[in-house]
Design a protein around this ligand. Structure first.
Ligand SMILES: Nc1nc2c(ncn2[C@@H]2O[C@H](COP(=O)(O)O[C@H]3[C@@H](O)[C@H](n4cnc5c(=O)[nH]c(N)nc54)O[C@@H]3COP(=O)(O)O)[C@@H](O)[C@H]2O)c(=O)[nH]1
Length: 689
């Protein structure tokens, strides 16, 4: 029975004498609702209805079923057994009062009733029942609460704990009773935090917050704890009531959300947002410790080419492995971030950040240049690294990042696969790169490209058997931009496909012209980029250009660099075979600078290997280069392939290569690349015959 505010309690009056009923009702009706029964069966019926009485005033002597029998019935029925009953009887003997109370009556009144006594007894019983009901409710809440509850005395010794406490902490009630709650402490919540907690409890009588406790099994867990003080009427502390819940799951969810917000989903490295937050803290810390910080901007060389030609899955796999190698190259305390795409940033601190970052950059260059195996495909990539130092190169995050980025562009511009520290004079470089990209986009439409042709001669007689087609770009402001500079950019911005097609069309149409002038025996050698190799319908396009210019397949040689062919050798073999089927000749360019698998090399249906000019250059002075040249020629011949030696500049080089039986030679010794109109003159010259 719990008091419902605003609703009067119901009392059932049971008496067979109307005058008695009248007296009782008159006394009670102002404060209570009244129901009346004039016999035992009617009383039992009313007592178990849904609108159950909170108290029954029961006459003992009634005809038929007397009060004692009614009482017995009430106590035997579950619905009525707890309803308080006051016997009202004319029998004032002690014996009869005891008998009534023994039966379970709550009180005994004798007739004639004295109204104030009646009122006081009724009030007392109802108040007691109400308090009992509230205690029962509180006990139920205590026992069944999902939150752990712990009651401690004024000395903060545990008095009572509920079942949820036992479940949550792992301790039985008997193990904690009489002990301090510090038995639950983990050591993770600091003394300062506890001091603040007690300050609030003592000052306000209340505290709520998160602390870390230790389960009996040793596990440390976070809990949300509420402590309130119970004071006596005089104001002194009687009890502390602590309730708490394990918030591990909530904390884990919060942590997961924080992690997602601060990390890159592909590599699980911290992201740009995290970098911003962390770099700010690093700068403060470095200042305090009088140290320095280095921001290293890392970009993978030609990543776009790999991604576009081998697909995003392979690109993603490569980025995951790069992230792993970067982590391996630095200390745990250093920060490795993926900004997006193929851009990574490392932040490290040191007394001498320049020295430390140079050391790390060397490690990264070595680690990232090692071969990768992604989805069964062997890959290679290299990084270009730009480094800015704090506070020397900038006092803000934006400036440090910008300067590291500029230094990275410089590293690309000076040949990739290296690192550069930021220098003020590099600033113009970023603008140059943007200008280059922008200019490249419109160069084709504006007719700024043209071709040069470099003769290839038969070693034994210097007869010109081919002309390598070399792309040139004359920009009105930038002047002559070397292909080494603009071709990688054209690849990165996705322009190389269109550009390559223009080269093929122009060169084939030029050969047709020369053919019509009577030059029947030279073929042209056109460079093909890795992205063109993956172009849809490449073979059909080549066939169609040849047809359009009335050329045979053998009039055209396609040169593919060793690294492009080995990027995905299976695909290269398939495309090469298709090109061979239309009669096109095939050469592997820059041989020796990439990483060839011999098992794949022998499967490629190629006619020529072009020995890179870096080996030819020092052929007379460097025994290693000489050995590579000899070995390459021997290998090619063993596979039935001809060798074109590139970059032959001196008679001595020529003699050496002739002696080693290089089949074809190309280089400034014979002719520099020349414009189309110079070619007929050269072909007609006595040397070229
Ligand atoms: N995908 C395409 N790549 C192309 C195309 N046109 C050129 N290229 C590639 O650009 C790289 C640089 O070429 P380039 O500056 O034209 O240099 C060529 C020759 O001028 C140079 N060479 C030739 N003989 C000598 C020599 O005796 N000494 C010397 N120092 N340099 C010499 O070599 C370059 C030709 O090299 P290769 O192609 O490896 O035979 C270069 O990688 C070109 O391939 C194009 O249309 N598409």
């Amino acid at each position: 029975m719990v008091d419902e505010p605003g609703k009067k309690l119901l009392i059932l009056l049971v008496d067979d004498v109307p005058e008695n009923i009248h007296v009782l009702a008159a006394a009670l009706k102002a404060d209570y609702r009244i129901k009346i029964a004039v016999n035992g069966p009617a009383a039992l019926d009313l007592a178990q209805r849904s609108d159950r009485p909170e108290l029954i005033l029961l006459d003992v002597m009634m005809p038929g079923m007397n009060g004692i029998e009614v009482m017995r019935e009430l106590r035997s029925r579950p619905a009525t057994k707890d309803i308080p009953v006051i016997f009202v009887s004319a029998d004032s003997s002690e014996q009869s009062q005891v008998a009534g109370l023994d039966l379970g009556a709550d009180d005994y009144l004798t007739k004639p009733v004295v109204v104030p006594v009646l009122m006081a007894r009724v009030r007392n019983i109802l108040q007691r029942k109400c308090a009992e009901a509230q205690l029962r409710l509180a006990a139920h809440v205590f026992d069944h609460s999902g939150e752990a509850i712990m009651i401690t005395d004024r000395n903060n010794r545990i008095l009572q704990v509920n079942p949820a406490f036992i479940r949550l902490t792992g301790y039985a009630a008997s193990e904690v009773r009489g002990k301090s709650p510090s038995i639950l402490a983990s050591g993770k919540t600091t003394p300062d935090e506890y001091r603040a907690m007690w300050h609030s409890i003592n000052e306000t009588g209340f505290w709520q917050g998160e602390i870390w406790d230790r389960h009996k099994d040793g596990c440390v867990y976070p809990k949300l704890l509420t402590i309130s003080v119970v004071r006596s009427v005089s104001g002194s502390v009687d009890y502390y009531i602590a309730s708490f819940a394990d918030i591990s799951a909530q904390k884990a969810t919060e942590e997961k959300i924080r992690h997602i917000a601060h990390h890159d989903p592909l590599t699980d490295l911290p992201n740009r947002l995290y970098l911003q937050i962390s770099l700010k803290q690093t700068m403060l810390l470095v200042r305090r410790k009088e140290e320095e910080a280095a921001v290293m901007f890392i970009d993978l060389d030609r990543f776009k080419v790999i991604n576009d030609s081998l697909g995003h899955q392979v690109g993603d796999g490569l980025l995951i492995e790069v992230a792993h190698r970067l982590k391996e190259s630095v200390r745990d305390s250093d920060l490795v971030v993926r900004l997006g795409g193929d851009e990574f940033v490392i932040v490290l601190t040191d007394k001498n950040a320049a020295h430390a970052s140079a050391h790390v950059a060397d490690k990264i260059l070595t680690a990232l240049s090692k071969p990768y195996l992604v989805n069964g495909i062997n890959l290679r990539t290299t990084p270009s690294i730009g480094i800015s130092l704090y506070p020397h190169d900038g006092e803000t995050i934006e400036l440090l990042m910008k300067n590291a980025d500029t230094a990275m562009y410089h590293a690309k511009a000076v040949g990739r696969n290296n690192y550069q520290f930021f220098r003020a004079e590099m600033k113009h470089l970023t603008n140059d790169r943007l200008l280059l990209e922008h200019s490249l986009h419109e160069a084709l439409e504006k007719g700024q490209f043209y071709l040069h042709y470099q003769p290839q001669v038969k070693s034994e007689n210097d007869h010109v058997i081919g002309l390598e087609v070399l792309l040139r770009w004359e920009h009105p402001v930038l002047g002559n931009v070397p292909p080494d500079q603009f071709i990688p950019v054209a690849e990165e911005i996705g322009l190389i496909g269109r550009l390559g097609e223009w080269v093929l069309n122009t060169a084939c149409s030029q050969l047709r012209d020369w053919r019509s002038q009577g030059f029947k025996d030279v073929r042209i050698a056109v460079n093909l980029s890795v992205q063109q190799l993956r172009q849809a319908h490449l073979v059909e396009r080549v066939a169609s250009v040849l047809r359009a210019n009335e050329l045979a397949g053998g009039d055209l040689e396609l040169e593919i660099t060793e690294s492009a062919a080995m990027l995905n050798p299976e695909v290269a073999i398939e495309i090469f075979n298709a090109l061979r089927n239309i009669g096109v000749e095939l050469a592997i360019d820059d041989f020796g600078t990439g990483y060839s698998s011999l098992s794949y090399l022998k499967l490629l249906p190629i006619q020529r290997l072009k020995l890179d000019r870096t080996f030819v250059k020092d052929i007379e002075t460097d025994p290693n280069d000489a050995a590579i040249c000899s070995a390459t020629i021997a290998l090619a011949h063993a596979l039935g392939i001809e060798v074109v030696a590139e970059g032959v500049e001196t008679e001595a080089q020529r003699d050496y290569l002739l002696h080693r039986e290089a089949d074809i030679m190309q280089g400034f010794l014979f002719a520099k690349p020349m414009p189309a109109e110079a070619v007929p003159v050269f072909l007609n010259s006595p040397r070229a015959v």
